[in-house]
Design a protein around this ligand. Sequence first.
Ligand SMILES: [Fe+2]
Length: 201
Amino acid sequence: MDRPHYNLNIPMKFRPWVSLDDPRLEHPNPTHEVDIALDDLRLHNPELIDFLGELGMEVSHLRLFRSRPWARYSIHIDLSPDDYADTEYARAADQIVKLNFIFNSWGTRMQWFQQAQGQRPQRNNNSGFSFYSFDPKTCARVYDTVCDRDCLIHAGRIHTAFNTANNDQDRMCYSLFLVSAQGELNWDRAVTILTPWLDVA
Ligand SMILES: [Fe+2]
């Protein structure tokens, strides 16, 4: 499998604007996620929107992930079974390309997997968001990286993330779903466009 993660070096610094004290992020679960209005992204990071626009890309939506120390996500893909029939999910999954802007992260790891032939994902739900999850017993790990920095990730391939003690702080990740200005954007195309700003070593 070609790699599903690249650290990112774009010419502007992402400016976060949601406080950890924001009531939207309050939740008893170790992991919690909320959708954030794209207008807020444009307001706080107009240079980023312009930069992506010049490359023919847009942000289709933005989700903010808050995770506690030692939090662990299930093995999943970021694709809602409510949006796609199971028979279409492989094609749709290839288009889940995300830019992640990460704060308060010390040693979080992301890992990617391949599922054994003939196995199927399960439908699951966290904080009201539905997604596909996978039985760890049916998956083999194929990629493993530290994920503390701005990065481009393939969220349509099977993956998980888990935190360390994280300096006893919550981790925050602004996760931008990318599309091309024409609509669909698959992983290979996104990597090609963004190669000048990716750590490819
Ligand atoms: Fe994910």
